[in-house]
Design a binder for this molecule. Structure first.
Ligand SMILES: Nc1ncnc2c1ncn2[C@@H]1O[C@H](COP(=O)(O)OP(=O)(O)O)[C@@H](O)[C@H]1O
Ligand SMILES: [Mg+2]
Length: 151
């Protein structure tokens, strides 16, 4: 099922919805789509809904940015610059995918088997000047969120 995102505000709003629907336990979302599709915009909507004030930039060089917010910790990854998935070994990934964190991962395919299976995959594609969002669930928790989103 596709969700139409008419403008940037709609993408921010979708992020906000996910902030509300994601369970309080560990939850991972892969964000797919070309450069400029809106992966970081979605992440900003989610982070701001959880109380983050200020800007959100793709952590292209540091690979991951940590946000300690009132209700939970969010890790925002951008693996665009990863050449060899082994680079991820140095990040100590196990800590990120435990401890009830919410993990958002841009360019997850570049991390390949070093990453866990996500609960949800969000794919954003261009439709003229707007965007279309499509979710896929990969876990029971992901399915629950998926159902809420499309109600
Ligand atoms: N639904 C939308 N329709 C049109 N433009 C959008 C939409 N969502 C985001 N944008 C714009 O597209 C760009 C997306 O950038 P960004 O979120 O950094 O993309 P990515 O992280 O996927 O590379 C921003 O300039 C934003 O204003
Ligand atoms: Mg980005």
């Amino acid at each position: 099922m596709e969700l139409f995102l008419a403008d940037e505000l709609a993408t921010l709003e979708l992020g906000k919805q996910l902030a509300q629907l994601a369970p309080a336990t560990q939850f991972t979302i892969f964000l797919e789509g070309e450069l400029g599709a809106g992966k970081t915009t979605f992440s900003r909507g989610l982070l701001q809904a959880l109380g983050h004030k200020g800007n959100v930039k793709s952590p292209t060089y540091t690979l991951v940015e940590r946000y300690d917010l009132a209700t939970r910790t969010v890790f925002h990854f951008d693996l665009y610059r990863v050449v060899d998935p082994e680079e991820l070994d140095y990040l100590g990934l196990d800590d990120y995918f435990s401890n009830d964190a919410l993990c958002l991962i841009e360019w997850a395919t570049l991390g390949s088997e070093h990453l866990p299976t996500p609960d949800l995959v969000l794919e954003i594609t261009y439709q003229n000047h707007a965007r279309v969002a499509k979710f896929k669930a990969h876990s029971t928790l992901g399915e629950k969120v998926y159902e809420q989103l499309h109600k």
